[in-house]
Design a protein around this ligand. Sequence first.
Ligand SMILES: *Cc1c(COP(=O)(O)O)cnc(C)c1O
Length: 386
Amino acid sequence: MIRCTVARVDLDAIRSNFLTIRSYLARDASLNRDRGVQPSAPPAIIAVVKANAYGHGSVRVARALEEAGAPWLAVADIEEGIELRESGVRARILVFGALSVSDLDGVITHELTPTLSSPAAAGALQAAAAARGVQLKCHLKVDTGMHRLGFRHDNLERTLPLVFASSNVRVEAVHTHFATAEDPESLLFNEQRVRFDAVCVKLAGEHAVPFLRHAANSAALLRDSRVWYDFVRPGLLLYGVAPPPLATTLALAPVMTLVSRVVAVKGLRIGEGVGYGARFHAERPTRLAVVPAGYADGLDRRLEGRGFVLVRGKRAPIVGAVSMDMVTVDVTDIAGVSPGDDVVLLGAQGSEPLQRIDAREMASWIGTIPYEVLCRLGSRVKREYD
Ligand SMILES: *Cc1c(COP(=O)(O)O)cnc(C)c1O
């Protein structure tokens, strides 16, 4: 007997989203070529599978992407990369996060590609590679205005000579990350783009070794083909979700469906309260359905009084506290709800617009972003792949 709260992950949808993005990049690149505008070759895709592939299960998602032809994957840290290698993934794997000295063994033995984001990391990597007598390729991260990781764009004369002088470390690519790609009003996006272009021109002039360039997350990819460069780095788009508030005409397929079942139905008399804190009171004779999914499964406690689930093709409001292992929903207006009925928390139960709840909508109910809704899906929730 498995728990009835299950996340169904459609690997065909992942593959199809990857191919849809790839043909979009190819089409636009060829349009540009016709107009005599750069870039002449479409960028390759670095498929981002960090954080357990945004909650979808990194090993299965990575394998699906590899089958679809993804030449590169990206993860947040070395441990995530090692997990993929140990499951047989052969694609190149870029590690975004900061390197600490203790991690370096994993990079070398599992053939991961590290991001270099500080002079200290460069020194440590050079020493480790020299000690093993190997040549390591790395991607160099330049901070063009996000002010998180990376070599500051305005201080490279001081920091980069050491990196380029490292005989065992070769800079294969230079990249940056946008702070405000999803905000059409932001000026910083353009400033970062211009700074990155200037850095690349300067480095190409100073260092004989050619390098590749990348910058675009999902939002930047949708927004501006000038930042496609040699690779783009979509995450959220692969999972069928556009980063809000951006919209897309790309035909992305939804990947995750979170389902459960009604396990009990209960009548409430006027004035009776429900759940911890008894914050919801019945103002009319009320029928409640109990669904065994709670905050331990990743549901946000702020869904109380704000969110809905689908039962019998209708939206049932979440009432009363979201508890650790269950939620209660008001099904007074939905005829015939009984134990065993299917419940959809994310996904569709019919073809009408109101019969679909996606991660963007759930995020909007609770004041967060779809990334968080997907990533926080609990480890207790079984992922089923089809
Ligand atoms: C997470 C991440 C991405 C992917 O971001 P999306 O918005 O999901 O496309 C790209 N680049 C870096 C450096 C990241 O950390």
